[in-house]
Design a protein around this ligand. Structure first.
Ligand code: MRU
Length: 402
């Protein structure tokens, strides 16, 4: 099955797909420096919590591999102390590219730990650089497999749950927001991975996805991924979630949220995450909270699918999760291709960015993420399994899964 890809790294050439141009133009952009990686993450040429962590790690890998090939070697490769003073600011700088997704910080912390252990082991600068290269590659490479694992955990669990609820025939419908597929990760995806898994096992009815304004990760990226994977799907505007739930024949799932065992399970909502606090409160793309409130109202299970590295045990609850505010102008603009289409001399569709508001608006509120309280979340699925709340609890205890 063809899949889209967000990062290509072969023979010391690092490239990303410029996601700002998707779905109309597939343009690979070379990343040749730490600054370019930082800029690509900040400007959202690459986005999605796991993908930005992978790019940051690979940018360091590229930097070190190229440095090792230089003759004479640069001064920072002459001693462990010099290398430490060189690497630390790079990791600190990469960490500042975007604040909400914990994966970026988890990756830079992991690389920093590798640096410290290699120094403590008495390695020379070259060996330390090799250790960092190995770890950086691992961070990017391990993502796809763990996505497959969490998708299987979540998918099998949902299939069992729906059997337990007496569902026979017909697949599960799954609503998702934002983009959590192979463009947002190193491959397969988290919530979109779960949808793919259900589809591959003939258990998916349809995938529904919100457009996800103002950046339209849903209508630009999830739409393209689902189309490429040939998964039956329906796009809805962000404002239509309530209407979808009201008008779809959804079987109520019991008085207690999550206690859908007495009824038929036909619809679930599955989203990714940028940071999950210790109690399960989850930061994800703006609009996720709205969709979660509506899911609760309609007694639809709401599931978070994310790697263990997205769980931040240092944060007790969602109130301390740092929320990124994007530049106000971004909420006034829409990107896309001209319609009716027109083509440049190379035959490429002409792209445009149009302003949909009066210029110079005074007040614009543009948070990039919101926090869904644990109370509204039925389950948190990671590569280690499915976490649910204990009976009568409104929060999760995630301390055991990290
Ligand atoms: O601002 P973005 O596009 O980087 O936000 C992405 C999301 O919110 C995703 O849902 C999240 O990172 C999970 S991606 C597997």
């Amino acid at each position: 099955m063809t899949r889209l890809t967000s990062i290509r790294f072969t023979e010391n050439k690092l490239e990303i797909v410029n996601q700002l141009l998707l779905p109309h133009t597939t343009e690979f952009v070379e990343i040749n420096s730490i600054e370019q990686a930082h800029d690509a993450i900040k400007s959202m040429k690459i986005r999605g919590a796991p993908a930005i962590a992978s790019l940051a790690s690979l940018a360091l890998v590229l930097h070190l591999s190229r440095s090792l090939d230089l003759s004479p070697v640069p001064e920072y490769l002459i001693s462990p102390t010099a290398l430490e003073s060189h690497i630390k600011p790079i990791l600190d700088f990469l960490y500042t590219a975007r604040p909400t997704a914990v994966n970026l910080g988890a990756a830079t912390r992991r690389l920093s730990k590798t640096l410290q252990s290699s120094i403590a082991a008495g390695s020379n600068a070259r060996t330390i650089a090799d250790d960092l290269i190995r770890e950086g590659r691992l961070i990017a490479d391990e993502d796809e497999n763990r996505n497959k694992e969490m998708s299987k955990w979540g998918g099998d669990w949902l299939i069992e749950e729906s059997k337990r609820c007496g569902k026979t025939g017909g697949g599960l419908n799954v609503l998702t927001v934002c983009n959590t597929g192979s463009l947002a990760t190193s491959g397969y995806g988290t919530a979109l991975g779960l949808i793919t898994y259900l589809h591959e096992n003939y258990k998916l009815g349809k995938a529904y996805y919100t457009q996800t304004a103002p950046y339209h990760q849903g209508s630009r990226l999830t739409a393209l991924e689902l189309q490429t994977l040939q998964i039956p799907s329906v796009m809805i505007c962000d404002t239509m979630v309530g209407s979808l739930f009201q008008n779809h024949k959804i079987h109520a799932v019991g008085k207690e949220f999550f206690a859908w065992s007495q009824t038929k399970l036909t619809f679930v909502e599955a989203v990714g995450a940028d940071r999950v606090a210790k109690n399960g409160d989850t930061a994800n793309k703006i609009g996720t909270y709205n969709a979660a409130v509506l899911a609760a109202r309609h007694k639809i299970p709401f599931i978070v699918v994310a790697p263990v590295s997205t769980v931040d045990l240092d944060i007790a609850d969602g109130s301390s999760i740092p929320i990124e505010y994007r530049p106000p102008l971004e909420a006034c603009l829409v990107r896309g291709a001209l319609y009716p289409p027109s083509f440049d001399s190379q035959g490429n569709k002409e792209l445009a960015q149009v302003m949909i508001t009066p210029s110079d608006l005074d007040g614009i509120y543009n948070p990039s993420f919101d926090v869904t309280p644990a109370e509204l979340i039925s389950a948190i699925v990671t590569e280690k399994g499915v976490a649910v709340k204990k009976d009568g609890e409104t929060v999760f205890d995630l301390s055991g899964i990290v």
